[in-house]
Design a protein around this ligand. Structure first.
Ligand SMILES: C[S@@+](CC[C@H](N)C(=O)[O-])C[C@H]1O[C@@H](n2cnc3c(N)ncnc32)[C@H](O)[C@@H]1O
Length: 356
């Protein structure tokens, strides 16, 4: 049965959310300009007008609401905590803004080194990604991350992540969720884990990330839902047995990894997946996915410290996944994201599709 009320509620909630984060996005832009610290980088490649971006974002919100109507997954449940807590985070983000913008202007990316955990993580990771204060290692950065990302994407980060729920719903069709294990690698503050827990209350859910502070935030986001097992480890060396996982999801991680680490993580995913298991990959658009938007891809690493993004933007993802024994289906794009779904090949080299 079609849930038209659910669809309408979802659309209304998402539109409000969009309006709020659009306003925050403009406020941050204005404040950065007032500080005289706006990025001056002008991409050579074509840039889309704002109207085209907004129209595409509206399309994303509509297809999310249609998926809710069709019962593919539940409405978005993104916010944990009180409205007052939310407003306090807005204030904290605006207070942090001058130092973040100053670091961007100075290309300074080493505040993370002051964190005690910095000596225990790989060098490629110990940097101030996005010019965040404390990189991925400080509690303050973990507290502000979602607010900063949603402000940047005008509320579209959650809906983009949710496009990864569709292939999972197709895979899960006819499965007993109590028998299924799902691992989200680079789970960060657990926004996607939360969506998964709402959709699949009984699934064996795990999240893995290198940052203890982000995992603590994920723990908070999952409350009061049934918890997930949260593992602090590197995705290129996962403390999990071979063929132990049915579904691996990976959202907005690969663009932050050096090329060799991307390959190691891919081999690890193939190792821990069961034969015929599902790998759901979602990350940024790549160069050429939408040629008229290539200027966005070009300009992104200039505005945000993303040392491996240019390499990611040119990466042959399907070739890399195939080489590791993961059989990729066709890629699709939604707004600024790209989705690739793979099945782990059997020992005869062929995927044995179960339900999709
Ligand atoms: C851009 S954030 C994305 C987080 C989350 N998936 C989301 O959708 O918001 C990247 C995350 O990957 C984690 N990360 C980066 N490199 C990692 C690695 N080698 N192993 C595990 N986690 C890593 C970071 O700590 C951060 O939480």
């Amino acid at each position: 049965m079609r849930d038209n009320l659910g669809m309408a509620t979802q659309l209304a909630a998402q539109s409000l959310r969009f309006g709020w984060y659009f306003a925050l996005n403009r406020l941050v832009d204005w404040r950065t300009g007032q500080l005289g610290l706006k990025s001056q980088y002008q991409p050579v490649r074509p840039m889309p007008p704002l109207s085209e971006l907004l129209a595409d974002q509206a399309q994303l919100l509509l297809s999310d609401a249609l998926a809710v109507r069709d019962g593919l997954y539940p409405p978005i449940e993104d916010e944990a905590g009180s409205p007052v807590g939310h407003l306090l985070r807005v204030r904290e983000m605006l207070t942090d803004l001058p130092s973040t913008a100053r670091r961007r202007a100075d290309r300074h990316v080493t505040t993370v080194k002051a964190e005690a955990a910095a000596s225990a993580v790989p060098d490629y990771y110990a940097q101030d990604f996005h010019f965040q204060t404390g990189g991925y290692l400080s509690e303050g950065s973990a507290r502000l991350y979602d607010m900063q990302v949603e402000t940047l994407f005008m509320g579209a980060a959650g809906p983009m992540r949710r496009t990864a729920l569709r292939p999972i719903a197709e895979f899960m069709h006819g499965c007993d969720q109590r028998q299924v294990t799902l691992l989200d690698i680079g789970c960060g503050t657990g926004r996607f884990l939360r969506q998964l827990r709402f959709a699949y209350p009984a699934i064996g859910l795990k999240g893995l990330d290198l940052s203890r502070a982000y995992l603590e935030e994920a723990r908070r986001h999952l409350k009061p839902l049934r918890s997930a097992q949260l593992i602090q480890a590197a995705a290129e060396k996962m403390p999990l047995p071979d063929a132990s996982t049915d579904i691996v999801t990976c959202i907005f991680l690969y663009h932050e990894l050096p090329s060799d680490v991307r390959r190691q993580v891919t081999s690890e995913v193939a190792r821990i997946l069961r034969t015929d298991g599902l790998f759901v990959f979602l990350d940024s658009l790549q160069m050429g996915d939408r040629p008229a938007w290539d200027g966005l891809i070009e300009g992104f690493p200039a505005r945000f410290h993303e040392p491996y993004y240019r390499g990611y933007a040119m990466e042959d993802l399907a070739g890399m996944f195939s080489a590791a024994g993961l059989c990729p289906g066709p890629a699709s794009t939604a707004y600024l994201s790209k989705l690739l779904v793979c099945r782990k090949r059997g020992s005869d080299g062929q995927p044995r599709f179960r339900s999709t």
